[in-house]
Each structure stands twice: as structure tokens, then as C-alpha cells.
Write a new protein. Sequence first.
Length: 156
Amino acid sequence: MAHTGTAYDLELFSDRKPHLVEMKNTKKAEEDTRRRAHRQSVLSLLVYLAVAAVAIVLVGYFITCNVRLTEMNKAIKDKQAQLSALQSEEVRLKSEVAGLTSAEKVNTYVQENGLGPINGNQIYYIEAQEQDRVSIPQEEGNWFQRAWNAIVDFLS
């Protein structure tokens, strides 16, 4: 076998300590770093303010919705109480009409006015049914619109 004369330098494979040199930042690099840090702090502040504003708006919206829901529930209860009172008044008035138009009362009226006797099958009740009509007044809008209209009216 022929010898090629190639020798290996084993020092190339030995462990060496890294030779690190600290580089100093230039003025431009330092200025860029300072600007980036300032820009980042401003953006962070804006994001925090935006999140806080959204949170405040959401809390206000939920409070407003809860107030409106409470007002509507109270209005429903008031209308139900009014309906109940009117239904009991209807029952009372029907019983009063039935008492005034009983066969005995009609017979007494007939005899007082000189008419002939009455039979029970000669009394006819006529009930007039009108369709229920509900009208809802036009609203001026939600409370934002009412507040805006109030401000516009105040300023004009």
C-alpha cells in the first residue's frame, strides 16, 4: 500500500474555549432599540385602554339590558293585575245583568207596566262581541336615541 503523505492535524479536533468578543452597539442600533421599546410601550397602553373601554361598554350594556328587563317585567305584572281586575269586573257585571234580567224581575216589570205574563223561553240574551284591538304607540327608539334627541333638542 502506498503512503499518500497526508497527515492529520489532531489539534483541529480538540476542545477549545470559545473566544467571544462583545460587540458594542452603535448609536444607530441603540436609537432603534430605544424607539422600538417606546413604540411597544405606547402600543401596549393603547391595547389596554381599548380593552378597558370595551369592558366598560359591555358592563354598561348589560346593566342597561337588565334595567329594561326589570322595567318590562314590572309593566307585565301591572298589566296582568289590571287584566285580572277587569276580568273580575266582567264577571260581576254579568252576574248583575243576569240578576236584572231574571224571569222574576222581568215578570214584575211586565205586571207594573200592564203587559201580559212572560214565559222563561221568551227571554233572549244578545251578546255583542267586538274584536279585541290592541294598539302599540310608536316608540322614540332606545335610550341612546332618546338621549341623543334630548341633547339635540337642548342645543337647538
